[in-house]
Design a protein around this ligand. Structure first.
Ligand code: GDG
Length: 482
């Protein structure tokens, strides 16, 4: 008799931890950068399983099969299974519906939303491709964990074919108020798709509330707001707020590494200022890069004593470069950097150091160590892991975290200095306060932050998810539907 396999996790997301590149020696996985990857890959490395994702390349042919690779190459721990996408699908599903409609909608940029029925129908079809790939992998007892707004329809598509399969869904970005969501012609389909899951997780309770209100208002589903439960088609769906954590100990270890420390010293000498401010993110209009640069410029105008003494290092990781809004933003950011440097550079001093590239992880930690001030000022952000990583990388409790009140992480990170990134003058004055902050105040705040980030780390987050799944499994089946 065939041996029964142990249950496994099937992770499903638009992008995985690798982009696939064709080389002379075959297809090579190249590490990718995103918040989702930072959070989820350590889990798969530890537990094994399969990660179903698009490899970021155009499928060679219409019906090319997806590549299956053991990863990481140097020490394989899980399987990467590619969902191949054609050029048309990349344009309509990825650049179109997900990044031209859902992403701006969920981040409250209604004026950037473009609703197009051809893009929507491609989204439906591509979601079905992901669901099919996950179903091919899934055996009885396995859990399918689907991620994010790209794949909102997958839970219902899977439920339709394999009703008994355990499913978890995590929504990584803000979930908008139902008034805003209602502008999307296919909002009811998105909600019905999500309700195919058993458990749906968000970073904040306010996103859970928005989701529950949306299914009640736009679908007429019965909702128990007190317990975050939706009753739908004879099933009970649990929602929950689980703000993601980072691997605190790993960042601390990396920050202790003598090579990282030496590199941080070199960086400080290289930039040659008393006060170094840092920002790191994908080049995305939600991250408030332009507004931050304007505030930095205003600071140098209003408080001239910082000229020559404080510099901002802006690392902007290339992202969604085929989407027009991202190309325009790059031009605007680069024009602002040029203008500020043109106005305030003096001798070897430059007020802004701008890098349009990603850094290896160890180098990133060296930057976190070198920075006196970390500026995380998104216009809106589901959570923001960079803020937590900065805190986790500090060894001596010095450093100031300046954080937008519109980042989900602001709800947890009480020791941060909060800013409104829409208020350029206000932000400039808060930058001045942060630059002037004394050591004792820095330490008081940083200790508070470190305590929070250490306790609510990535393991805590995974345990929450695990417990929610177990609670769901133990439930009785006495469910009245709507
Ligand atoms: C989405 C949501 C939510 C950045 N630059 C480099 C680099 N990174 C890594 C960071 C961090 C990750 O990328 C970015 O995560 P964020 O959370 O800040 O932002 P998003 O990519 O927008 O993530 C967000 C997240 O999902 C998780 O649910 O928090 O709200 O938008 O881990 O370290 N990594 C390396 N080099 C870089 O230059 N190696």
């Amino acid at each position: 008799m065939a041996k029964k396999q142990a249950p496994k996790i099937i992770m499903v997301s638009n992008r995985g931890a690798y982009n696939l590149q064709a080389t002379d020696s075959g297809i090579q996985p190249v590490p990718a950068i995103s918040g989702l990857v930072s959070a989820v890959e350590p889990f798969l490395k530890e537990k094994g399983g399969v990660w179903v994702a698009w490899g970021g390349r155009e499928a060679p042919q219409e019906n090319s099969p997806g590549v299956r690779l053991p990863v990481p190459q140097e020490d394989p721990a899980y399987t990467f299974l590619e969902v191949p996408l054609t050029a048309g699908e990349i344009k309509l599903y990825y650049q179109g519906f997900t990044n031209g409609a859902l992403w701006p909608l969920c981040h409250y940029f209604l004026e950037k939303c473009r609703y197009n029925s051809q893009e929507w129908s491609t989204y439906v079809r591509v979601n079905a491709k992901f669901a099919e790939a996950a179903l091919m992998e899934a055996r009885e007892g396995d859990t399918v964990w689907v991620n994010d707004y790209h794949l909102a329809l997958v839970p219902a598509q899977i439920r339709h074919r394999k009703p008994q399969l355990k499913q978890f869904f995590f929504w990584h970005i803000p979930f908008p108020h139902h008034d805003l969501l209602a502008t999307l012609p296919w909002a009811p389909q998105i909600l019905r798709g999500l309700l195919g899951t058993d458990v749906v997780g968000f970073h904040l309770q306010s996103y859970v509330d928005n989701f529950l209100n949306a299914v009640a208002t736009l679908l007429g589903a019965r909702v128990d707001f007190e317990h975050n439960v939706v009753y739908w088609q004879q099933r009970r769906i649990h929602a929950g707020a689980w703000p993601m954590g980072v691997d605190y100990q790993a960042f601390q270890r990396q920050a202790l590494n003598p090579e990282t420390r030496a590199r941080a010293e070199t960086l400080r000498c290289q930039f040659g200022v008393e006060h170094l401010a840092l920002s790191v993110e994908r080049l995305d209009y939600t991250k408030g890069i332009l507004e931050r640069l304007l505030a930095w410029e205003r600071l140098l105008e209003e408080v001239p004593e910082w000229r020559g003494r404080a510099a901002l290092v802006q690392i902007a990781v290339p992202s969604r470069t085929a989407v027009p809004a991202y190309r325009r933003l790059k031009e605007e950011v680069e024009a602002a950097v040029g203008r500020i440097n043109g106005r305030f550079s003096e001798g070897s001093y430059r007020p802004v150091h701008y890098f349009w590239r990603g850094l290896p992880r160890q180098e990133l930690v060296a930057y976190y160590l070198a920075a006196d001030i970390m500026l995380v000022t998104p216009l809106r952000d589901g959570l923001n892991l960079v803020a937590k990583e900065y805190v986790a990388s500090r060894r001596d409790s010095s450093g100031v975290l300046v954080l937008s009140r519109f980042a989900g992480a602001a709800q947890e990170l009480k020791g941060a200095v909060l800013v409104n990134p829409y208020d350029i003058d206000g932000m400039a004055m808060i930058l001045n306060t942060a630059l002037n902050m004394g050591r004792a105040e820095q330490e008081k705040r940083m200790r508070l932050l470190q305590e929070k980030v250490r306790r609510h780390d990535i393991r805590w987050w995974l345990t929450c998810f695990h417990q929610a799944m177990i609670a769901r499994e133990e439930e009785t089946a006495d469910v009245s539907g709507s």
